[in-house]
Design a protein around this ligand. Structure first.
Ligand code: ADP
Ligand code: MG
Length: 256
């Protein structure tokens, strides 16, 4: 059942980020993401996906342009308040190895000075991990379990906007698949706005409601999965769609 109030809208207005003299990592991106959507940001390595994502939680400051959440410029908000409203999951999770799983999950609450015990149990339930994992150390978990803890930590303060940067990249394909579906289910249940960076078009097509394709810092395609599969979106997008499609065809041919 969807929550009454969906996640926030996110808008980019002419967002550009240059690092030194090189061609801009992000070049003049303008687009609006509707509240409650699940957007995949896809592109080859170095195309500017992470840089664009990080302009939302101000890990990166644009050289030009503005990022708005619900119509308010993120540059105008105090950083702690901004970050509390945004869950952020990145590759290799970044759990603190010397803290228990429970303390890792509760860290954002502790920083915000809020009560935490019940929330940890609740979050473990949410990501479908047994509650007794709270007492373990991160090294005692599988890669998939660690990634679930990363999602729990990202959501513990109750953000309605979830940013994920190649969250499942280091996982085996089966774990990756089930975790992807779990995150999509959480997105639907909590009514989040989710933006997921991935280089994997198959993952984007299966999980997202909207797929943005980035190439050399620009958005070169903006399509639904259905439209991409029907051949729309241009050459760069179709080159990415061709990868899983060719694999599926090869598998189908083998099975004949
Ligand atoms: P992606 O996430 O799509 O792989 P990135 O956004 O990480 O791409 O990088 C886009 C471009 O910006 C790359 O050419 C990368 O080398 C460059 N870049 C990213 N971060 C920095 C940085 N902190 N300093 C200098 N160049 C950077
Ligand atoms: Mg990246």
């Amino acid at each position: 059942m969807p929550a009454e109030k969906p996640g926030p809208t996110v808008a980019f207005h002419g967002v550009t980020k240059s690092f030194g003299e090189a061609a801009p990592a992000v070049g003049d991106v303008t687009l609006e993401i509707a509240g409650g959507s699940f957007v995949a940001l896809v592109g080859t390595s170095g195309s500017g996906k992470s840089t664009l994502l990080k302009t939302i939680n101000r890990l990166v400051a644009p050289t030009a342009g503005h990022v708005m959440i619900e119509g308010a410029d993120v540059a105008d908000r105090p950083l702690p308040a901004l970050r509390r409203g945004i869950g952020y999951v990145f590759q290799n999770v970044g759990l603190f190895p010397h803290l228990t799983v429970g303390d890792n999950i509760a860290l954002p609450l502790r920083i915000a000075g809020r009560a935490m015990e019940t929330r940890v149990d609740e979050m473990l339930d949410l990501v479908e991990l047994p509650r007794d994992l709270a007492r373990r150390m991160p090294a005692q978990l599988s890669g998939g379990q660690r990634q679930r803890v990363g999602v729990a930590r990202a959501l513990v303060a109750g953000p309605k906007l979830l940013l994920m940067d190649e969250p499942f990249g280091a996982l085996d394909p089966v774990t990756r698949d089930s975790l992807g579906q779990a995150v999509r289910a959480l997105h639907d249940r909590l009514g989040l706005t989710t933006i997921m960076v991935t280089h994997d078009m198959a993952e984007a097509l299966l999980l997202a409601t909207r797929v943005l394709v980035m190439q050399q810092g620009r958005i070169v395609a903006d399509e639904t999965p259905q439209h991409l599969l029907a051949g729309h979106g241009g050459d760069a997008a179709q080159a990415l769609v061709a990868v899983p499609r060719t694999q599926a065809e090869q598998l189908a041919a083998l099975a004949r």
